[in-house]
Design a protein around this ligand. Structure first.
Ligand code: NDP
Length: 431
């Protein structure tokens, strides 16, 4: 089939009817024209099972995305998604379509009718659908290698432990748990079962956040002195699990404030040595009977850098992240959103102030995150955001709550190693 197609294309080129086309094609193979000269055929190059094309634009042009070269479906790492709620249905299941190394191989839900519909939509076999009480049976399904836990926060611990005991690697939504002790149990269970545990800190895989971290760490902004991170949203229904402390573990801090905390730590690579926090919730508001609304906290790092972070459940959406250095400042608007990030850099340009907006090729951050986990399983390396990264955030959030309660700063033991709680670097995981 391929040979016939190849032959037809070459004959067309030889006939001269694609004389115009042949001038467009550049690079790749070549074929003789009737006049005896050589016409270049741009057929791409196959190296190591991947197809690539040479650039056809001038070096002055921004290169487009290369072909994604996804793994064949049968060779991808199989994921089972546990909990078919909003995040799973709106973001995670659709993201498998843009994934290169992960595929949906199973579902776990407490609602069989919903699960049947979702299984049909995504082509999940009936015998790969489980109730929560059947999670031990995941062990018998060799097509499932990773279990992705997308349950309310307080239910993460039990599901992660069950998945590890069933012999599966685990990707767990943030916040990892509702306390540091739960997080430690989850790490111990996965380590005891010799399974990987990754926390789904999607912003560490999102391209704009990664680009800013790379530039900041390269020294492009000069000496970084201040970070400003804000993540807010106005909650509605006061009966949802996020407003019930025994299910959520807290209010805006573990839900949206965690992005300010984790993204700041990930960008700097340092760990805070002190936190100072204040909390405010509107009076007489049913949404805040059990959990807090606004949390304002300052982190102080060993290098002297200060980070000012704000989360809230009672103001309109704002999700921005700013990094101020001696030579330049940078901001990602919509930094913590699912999409719509814009990266701006402000610096001197001669006698002018330059405001640059970088437009990076759009990539689905959920797909990138799942692909990272899939590659870590395949290559047997530690994920960039392992359980220890989640545990450190639980420890810091406990310190933030303590500071807000006492009104005093809380000192933390210095951790002097760069990226102390992170696993393998992300440099090549677009492959
Ligand atoms: P939802 O309330 O929309 O869905 C949670 C699902 O969990 C339910 O649909 C249900 O699925 C299952 N579930 C099992 N037991 C309970 C229970 N007692 N109460 C409620 N649901 C239960 O939550 P989200 O999808 O928004 O959040 C799930 C997790 O994902 C949380 O940890 C959250 O922090 C995290 N999250 C992460 C985001 C990110 O950007 N990374 C964004 C949003 C959330 P079923 O009917 O199938 O059993």
């Amino acid at each position: 089939m391929h040979d016939d197609f190849d032959e037809t294309r070459r004959r067309l080129l030889l006939s001269g009817s694609l004389g115009l086309a042949s001038t467009f094609y550049a690079g790749g193979g070549s074929a003789a024209t009737p006049s005896g000269s050589t016409t270049v055929v741009d057929e791409g190059t196959v190296i190591g099972g991947k197809v690539t094309f040479p650039p056809i634009d001038a070096a002055s042009e921004t290169p487009g995305n290369p072909p994604p070269n996804p793994d064949p479906a049968g060779q991808r790492v199989g994921f089972a998604v546990v909990g078919l709620g909003r995040l799973a249905l709106q973001n995670i299941l659709p993201a498998f379509a843009q994934s290169k190394h992960a595929r949906l191989a199973g579902l776990v839900s407490g609602d069989p009718a919903k699960m049947r519909i979702i299984a049909a939509q995504y082509g999940v076999p009936r015998d790969a659908c489980y109730g929560y009480e059947e999670m031990a049976r995941l062990g018998g399904n060799a097509a499932i290698q990773v279990v992705y836990v997308v349950l309310p926060n307080a239910l993460h611990r039990h599901a992660v432990i069950q998945a590890a005991q069933a012999g599966k690697h685990v990707l767990c939504e943030k916040p990892m748990a509702t306390s540091a002790d739960e997080a430690r149990e989850m790490i111990a269970a996965c380590r005891g079962a010799d399974r990987k545990l990754m926390i789904a800190y999607r912003c560490q895989y999102e391209v704009n956040n990664r680009e800013l971290a790379k530039r900041a760490r390269s020294g492009e902004l000069g000496r970084i002195q201040f970070v400003d991170a804000i993540n807010t949203q106005n909650q509605g229904d006061p009966t949802q699990w996020r407003q019930i402390k025994r299910l959520s573990g807290g209010g805006s801090l573990p839900d949206v404030g965690l992005y300010c905390l984790n993204t700041t730590r990930a960008l700097l690579g340092e760990e805070p040595i002190e936190v100072l926090a204040r909390i405010h919730s509107p009076d007489q508001d049913d949404r805040f009977r059990e959990v807090e609304s606004t949390v304002s906290f300052v982190l102080r790092f060993p290098s002297g850098i200060l980070a000012n972070c704000v989360s809230s459940y009672s103001v309109h959406t704002q999700r921005n992240f700013r990094v101020l250095g001696s030579d330049a400042s940078a901001e990602i608007t919509n930094a913590f959103a699912y999409e719509g990030q814009k990266l701006h850099i402000t610096r001197r340009d001669g006698q002018a102030e330059a405001n640059i907006q970088l437009s990076l090729a759009v990539r689905n951050q959920f797909s990138l995150e799942m692909d990272h986990m899939a590659l870590c399983v395949r290559k047997n390396v530690e994920p960039r955001t392992p359980g220890e990264e989640g545990l450190q955030d639980q420890i810091l959030m406990a310190a933030i709550y303590q500071s807000a309660q006492t009104g005093q700063p809380v000192a933390l033991a210095p951790v002097l190693r760069q990226d102390a709680y992170r696993g393998s670097p992300l440099d090549n995981d677009f492959d």
